[in-house]
Each structure stands twice: as structure tokens, then as C-alpha cells.
Design a binder for this molecule. Structure first.
Ligand code: DAU
Length: 245
């Protein structure tokens, strides 16, 4: 399955990466000799995306435009949307409606998500797909809980984890259809004042229109904290140098 339209979120304030993000946009920090943002762009291209909408915001957002320009260097057609205030991932996606409405489905990726390998998409019947992955720090992420194969809960950054059920992090890569924009109208901001992506995913789930796919690559990580950037660098260094320090 290939997806033509994609959205990449490169807004937000990057507060977990202070002091670096006082001087640079977080998506332009380096991982293994590339900009962070180049990894999610590559992931979308592997899915077949040719038309990309990039959401800009936060500090030094214009550096992202300096890097991507009109997309020609990446073989992409790029449009930009400016998100004046970081009001949440689902609000940022909602701003892009006019650029993704010519086809039913579109892909979304968070600009700080690094996947070492392509995401394998299956011909899904459902209107939305989330990509889930095992992770050792589940309470930093959206979490999907399963009883055997049945999805029984979706929660953003749960404080308490289950001893009984299988739990996976919900990665920052999603497929949605045009119903997204109808579901968004029903959302209200969370306690932290953001329109949460897990609330949209819950809407699809409650309407029985959600697929989950397990990521089968070697590394998935966000690059939103100093520790996670170090982990990504270490992974690529070891891979390229057979673990020799
Ligand atoms: O990395 C996966 C996780 O990303 C998911 O498991 C969570 O469900 C999801 O909420 C998100 O959690 P984070 O707290 O890590 O998201 P963060 O605020 O760091 O934003 C992730 C990216 O989205 C980042 O590259 C900036 C962009 N963003 C974020 C917000 C809140 C925007 O463009 N606009 C926004 O308003």
C-alpha cells in the first residue's frame, strides 16, 4: 500500500532539549550526521508520500524552511503551515486539512520520531492505523493495552502501568482518513491544555475503525530528550562500526 499525502509535525517548543533549543530548532539537531527531521521525512517517502505538508512553530522555525526549501532536494512537493501556539498534535494535524483532502487517506509523522527501518503497511480495511512498538519507558508515550489480541485501552502517558496486560508505546506515525476532521470537532483540550492525539485515536477505536500494526524494525525512538538523542546516536554508531568504540 502506498500513501500519497503526508503531514510532518515540526512545531512545538522543544523544552526538553534546553539549552540547545534556545539556539536551534529541535528538528535540526544532529543524529548520526543527519538532521533529526531527515529521518521522519525518509520514513514517509518509504511509504510513497510525494506531497508533504510541514507544520512549523516554536523557536527558530524558519531554519526548518531553510533546510527543506520547496522540497526539491528531497524529491517532495512541500507546503508549510504555521502553528502559532503549540496546542497539541491533533490540533496541528487539523490545520493541514486543505492539503490532504484530495485523497481519502494520509500519513502523519512526528518530526522527532526516528525509525531505523521502513514501516510495513498492510492493506488495511479500517480508516486509521497506528504503529505500536515495545518500549522500556512506556509512561513517556501514548500507550495501547491489549488483552490477548483485543485492544482494551488507549491512554496518553499513563502514570500506572499494567502487570496483567500487554502494553505497547504508540509511535508517532499514523494513517488517518478524512473522518479525522469530523472527530477533531468533538475534541476538547486535555488537562495540560493540548488537543491530544490519543483522543483522536480513541474516537477511531470507539467507532471500530482502528487498526494496530506492530513495528518490526530494530530501533524506534523519539529524539525529544537528550537521553533519547544519545540512544539514537549510539544505535547508528554501533550499527556502522560493529560496536567498536
Ligand atoms: O513519540 C511518540 C509520542 O509523541 C506518542 O506516543 C504520544 O502519544 C504523543 O503525544 C507524542 O508525545 P510527546 O509528548 O513526546 O510529543 P511532543 O510534545 O514532544 O511532540 C512531538 C512532535 O510533534 C514534536 O516533533 C513537535 C511536534 N508538535 C508537538 C505539539 C505538542 C507540533 O508540531 N505541534 C504541537 O502542538
Amino acid at each position: 500500500m502506498t500513501i500519497n499525502n503526508g503531514i510532518l509535525l515540526a512545531g512545538g517548543n522543544g523544552t526538553r532539549l534546553f539549552p540547545l533549543t534556545h539556539s536551534v530548532n529541535k528538528h535540526l539537531l544532529p543524529v548520526d550526521g543527519k538532521f533529526i527531521i531527515d529521518y521522519p521525512i525518509n520514513t514517509l517517502k518509504q511509504m510513497g508520500v510525494e506531497n508533504l505538508t510541514v507544520v512549523l512553530g516554536g523557536s527558530h522555525f524558519s531554519l526548518v524552511v531553510d533546510h527543506l526549501k520547496d522540497g526539491r532536494d528531497h524529491n517532495l512537493n512541500i507546503n508549510y503551515i504555521y502553528q502559532g501556539e503549540a496546542r497539541g498534535i491533533s490540533q496541528a494535524i487539523n490545520l493541514c486539512q486543505r492539503y490532504v483532502s484530495d485523497q481519502d487517506r494520509f500519513a502523519v509523522i512526528l518530526g522527532d520520531n526516528i525509525f531505523s527501518d521502513p514501516i510495513k503497511l498492510f492493506e488495511a480495511d479500517e480508516s486509521a492505523t497506528i504503529i505500536v512498538c515495545k518500549h522500556h519507558e512506556l509512561n513517556r508515550f501514548g500507550v495501547a493495552t491489549f488483552n490477548d489480541d483485543e485492544l482494551i485501552a488507549i491512554e496518553e502517558k499513563p502514570k500506572v502501568l499494567s502487570d496483567t496486560f500487554r502494553q505497547y508505546a504508540i509511535t508517532g506515525c499514523y494513517l488517518f482518513d478524512q473522518q479525522y476532521f469530523e472527530f477533531f470537532k468533538t475534541l476538547t483540550p486535555s488537562a495540560r491544555g493540548e488537543y491530544e492525539i490519543c483522543d483522536i485515536i480513541t474516537q477511531y477505536w470507539k467507532h471500530d475503525k482502528l487498526d494496530t500494526t506492530a513495528y518490526s524494525g530494530e530501533l524506534w525512538s523519539d529524539a525529544g530528550m537528550h537521553e533519547s538523542i544519545a540512544r539514537c546516536n549510539q544505535y547508528f554508531y554501533n550499527k556502522n562500526n560493529s560496536g567498536v568504540i
